[in-house]
Write a protein of this length. Sequence first.
Length: 196
Amino acid sequence: MRGPLLTPTQFSVPEFPPVPHSVSSLITCIRRLSAAAALVALAGCASAPGAPPSTLETYFPVISQWGVYRLDINQGNFLSQDMVDKLKVGQTRSQVRLALGTPLVMSAFRDQRWDYIYVFARGGRVREQRLFTVYFQDDLLARWEGDEMPTSAQELNRLAATRSLPEDPYGQDGGVIGKIIDFFRRIGDPSAPPTR
């Protein structure tokens, strides 16, 4: 059997003071603004392909990849400036192919044009993209155009070899033994130059 039901007078419920309407509407407004700010912040974290990296990817790249390793990918024809310098107006198609390599795009509809495309992606993002186009007229090279090509590795090595490092001020010091040798050398010949 059940016991008797309790009436409201038999138990007490603590009563809270009523919340003024202005405070409750302020709390509701703050909640809505917080939700909107969170949505805007999350929308900024997502980026479309080809778009510049978002703030999250810039400052926290590991978080955006969640530990997934992505290979560096080189696609297309890597051309350097010394390869482009070998081109001369009037060369045949085989001479151009020898200088630049086989083009990535040879269209059957535009057989007078070869496109050399190079794309480098690191971590799933395209870091470098270059396009170089060669135009033929009557199977002879007429002109070429495209992005600026990087200098070749040989040219960079040549430039590094021609540059000299500044002189090392400590390299001129003979040390303690050099000073001892200088002392005895000056005893025998006062006009002798110091040891380096």
